[in-house]
Ligand binder design. Structure first.
Ligand SMILES: [Ca+2]
Length: 391
């Protein structure tokens, strides 16, 4: 039986030991070398109903995996568009629109024959497409590694029964870690609130304070190593590209290279009285509503060079008045509002990603406007500004 699991980011199993029934159900396959793609070739098809933009994105995801895993300038694995049935192209991945309960899912390791990767508009950013494609290559979700209890705590009471198998740990007998340490920064690591029943409480928290989990930007160096080791390519991470992050603040120790604008009426202050966005237990900054009716707190980045950027801000707003969060880019000539967030009255964390291009040097300003009834406090976490378009 094929299981469509969103799982896995650790390592393929080479053990020939027979897995227990439970393990088979959880681990699916990826347990045997036969689940590696033969000749290191991954044949693929893309469903014709996807728009040109999405098809381009799917190809870009495969290209980035291939180029990032180059080993001493030689391809480690290759993606090749399938021409048709022949003895070499029997096994292939097929990117298709999600259907029914087959949504944003990919089997782990090569299955044999046509292997579907179901995607839709909730999971077709390039990093998400890479995540699903890496499953097909044999990578598991990081949080189910056999040693995960040393690194994360699973809050079972906040996970619906139907989702609990997504947190079931692999066993050492069924998983080789390839000598790679647990990686909070893996593209294959889910975020702290994934599959939460109560979205105000995390499903995972970290043992190492201050770590941010759940990035969706690029393969980590360890992700690259996993592919290279699985496919016996040797290890070469000298060229692993990472977007240049000019602002990257989880507020765990301070407010990084940002400052509170002294000309605003009050300050964003660090707090950990509620759950944060980074890992469910760390710090964030908060614009306190009480006592600040119609006042503004503003946090400002250092001056950033001209260019194209992705601006990411995690935020949480609760209350019932007209408070709002404004994300503004200011240069010497003008201020451009790049996002206004208001009217959200749920306290769960949300993430806003916005592309912004500036021809002049500029600063990012993030302002909290407190409404007249002083009920809408605004929390902010994990502010990232990196060069290039949002991925
Ligand atoms: Ca944080």
């Amino acid at each position: 039986m094929k299981l469509f699991l969103l799982l896995f980011g650790a390592a393929i199993i080479y053990s020939s030991e027979v897995l227990s029934k439970q393990e088979r159900n959880v681990v699916n396959v990826a347990a045997y070398p036969t689940k590696l793609w033969k000749w290191k070739l991954i044949f693929f098809l893309i469903h014709g109903s996807f728009s040109d933009d999405i098809q381009t994105r799917i190809r870009a995801a495969m290209n980035e995996i291939a180029s990032t895993t180059l080993t001493h300038n030689r391809p480690c694995i290759r993606f090749i568009e399938r021409n048709g049935p022949n003895e070499f192209e029997q096994n292939y991945i097929y990117f298709q629109p999600s259907v029914g309960n087959k949504s944003c899912s990919s089997d782990v390791g090569m299955q044999g024959g046509q292997q579907d990767i179901f995607v839709d508009d909730t999971c077709w950013t390039k990093p998400q497409l890479m995540y699903h494609t890496l499953h097909a290559l044999g990578l598991w979700d990081e949080h189910i590694r056999p040693d995960r209890d040393n690194f994360v705590t699973v809050h079972w009471d906040n996970i619906a029964e139907v989702n609990r198998n997504k947190f079931t740990k692999l066993t050492y007998e069924s998983a080789s870690l390839l000598g790679i340490p647990y990686d909070y920064t893996s593209l294959m690591h889910i975020g702290p609130y994934k599959y939460a029943n109560d979205t105000n409480r995390p499903t995972l928290s970290v043992a190492t304070p201050g770590m941010v989990i759940g990035q969706s930007i690029a393969m980590s160096a360890n992700d690259v190593k996993k592919v290279q080791l699985h496919y016996h390519c040797g290890v070469d991470i000298s060229h692993v590209p990472q977007p240049e992050r000019l602002v990257d603040c989880s507020f765990e120790r301070n407010i990084c290279n940002m400052t509170n604008d002294p000309s605003a009426s009050f300050n964003w202050t660090r707090s950990n009285t509620r759950r944060d966005h980074s890992n469910g237990q760390g710090y964030y900054v908060f614009a306190e509503a009480t006592g600040n009716a119609n006042e503004i707190a503003r946090m400002v980045s250092p001056t950033l060079p001209p260019g194209g950027y992705c601006v990411i801000v995690a935020y949480s707003m609760s209350g019932n008045d007209t408070g709002r969060l404004e994300i503004v880019a200011s240069d010497i000539d003008k201020s451009t509002v790049i996002q206004v967030i208001s009217g959200r009255q749920v306290p769960a964390w949300e993430e806003n990603k916005t592309n912004f291009i500036s021809r002049l040097s500029w600063v990012l300003e993030i302002s909290a406007y407190i409404g007249p009834s002083q009920t809408t406090g605004i929390a902010m976490d994990d502010v990232v500004v990196y060069r290039g378009p949002c991925l």
